[in-house]
Design a protein around this ligand. Structure first.
Ligand code: NAD
Ligand code: ZN
Length: 364
């Protein structure tokens, strides 16, 4: 079992990473039950694949589950489902000191975290993330949100869970394409500031994708520790350090916008292509050795992730893609902050990137 402690000014909490943790969750969660019951919010896919394991371990600890099962998919991060969820929770007479358990991917984690942050002016929640993306990214850091007509994640809060319990074995039922997409965020941590971890990804990443428990656990531990350290430094994205987590996301966001945020290109797939583009663009600016950019592209390609516009199924021209970037919510004061690299593990935030040059690069 590995333990990462997220230390924040307001309060700190533990992230427990353990193969088979869901089968032993009763031990960890029984203390959060009231009247022998615990409310668990999940989606229909996760309910079918993983809820029976949680149910069995809680039963063994004499805790019953009050399940709330939502439809799967990004559309669930909506006003409509937030209202439905809040009504369901109020119907169960949730009190302020109660804990709500979020069992699922980033969609469930973001929605339940937001609901917990406003229900009775804030009740507790516990994250049991079941996608690789949620285990290495969205369950760490305390950002919660829903999507609105104006865009993704525009309504939300910073709200930390009481506990995050990660069982890498939940990935056994996750579609391989989802695991691969989440793996892009794992690679991201190596590229930000940990060249040894990127080298591990090159040599051992395929084991993680093949379902090897030790490789999964190692990658999740490294990723969670990396994100926790960055978040502890900059909880509310004020110093700029947290912005490093957006490596590949400005290019990636443009690719997602161009494919209509659809299943054509999953978020992690867009980030993979975005990281390869950020490294190649850094090379064009004379900042990054060509070999480093080539290694990034080669690894993503070897894993089966998109690494350029063609493999991301994007045919738009550079000007159109830059137009999408300008709609990015991270645009501040008319300039677009860009994550560039001086090499593998040497990412930095640049504030003076010429957008017409980015467009010309994308047209190559
Ligand atoms: P998701 O929650 O939609 O899960 C992907 C799919 O896998 C869904 O169909 C889900 O039902 C299914 N699934 C989940 N776990 C499963 C399992 N173990 N077995 C079988 N099926 C399973 O998507 P995601 O990629 O986990 O999360 C994406 C969301 O995360 C986006 O809304 C994004 O905005 C958000 N996000 C938030 C943060 C943050 O800091 N809060 C960071 C990154 C992403
Ligand atoms: Zn991301």
């Amino acid at each position: 079992m590995a333990l990462v402690r997220v230390a924040l000014d307001a309060r700190s909490y533990d992230i427990v990473i353990e193969q088979g943790a869901l089968d032993r969750a009763g031990d960890q969660l029984a203390r959060f039950a009231r009247g022998g019951r615990l409310v668990v919010v999940t989606d229909a896919n996760v309910a079918a694949a993983q809820l029976p394991r949680l149910d069995a371990s809680l039963r063994a600890a004499n805790v019953g589950i009050e399940p709330i099962i939502l439809p799967p998919g990004e559309q669930t991060k909506s006003w409509r489902h937030l209202e439905q969820l809040l009504d369901a929770l109020l119907g169960l007479e949730i009190e302020r000191g109660d804990h709500i358990v979020a069992l699922g991917g980033g969609v469930i984690g973001d929605l339940v975290g937001f609901a917990a942050s406003i229900l009775k002016r804030g009740c507790h929640f516990v994250q049991l993330p079941t996608t690789l993306l949620a285990q290495v990214d969205s369950s760490v850091g305390g950002k919660t949100a829903i999507n609105t007509r104006a865009g993704k994640n525009l309504v939300g809060s910073f709200y930390q869970p009481a506990l995050v319990l990660i069982d890498p074995a939940t990935l056994d039922s996750l579609p391989p394409r989802e695991t691969r997409a989440g793996y892009a965020e794992v690679v991201k941590y190596g590229l930000i500031d940990d060249p040894d971890f990127f080298a591990w990804c090159e040599s051992d990443g395929h084991r993680l994708l093949a379902g090897d428990a030790a490789a999964r656990t190692h990658a999740i531990e490294k990723s969670v520790a990396a994100k926790a350290a960055i978040v502890a430094d900059d909880e509310r994205e004020t110093s700029g350090r947290r912005a490093l987590l957006n490596l590949g996301h400005t290019f990636g966001h443009a690719l997602e916008a161009d494919t209509g945020f659809s299943d054509t290109l999953l978020h992690g797939e867009a980030v993979a292509a975005g990281m390869a583009l950020a490294f190649r663009y850094s090379t064009r600016l004379g900042l990054c050795p060509t070999e480093d950019a080539a290694r990034v592209t080669a690894h993503l390609k070897a894993i089966g992730l998109p690494h350029d516009l063609a493999s991301a199924h994007v045919s738009a021209d550079g000007a159109t893609l830059v137009g999408h970037m300008l709609h990015d919510k991270k645009m501040a004061g008319g300039t677009l902050p860009f994550l560039l690299a001086r090499g593998i593990g040497q990412t930095f935030l640049s504030k003076d990137v010429a957008l017409d040059d980015v467009a010309a690069f994308l047209d190559q």
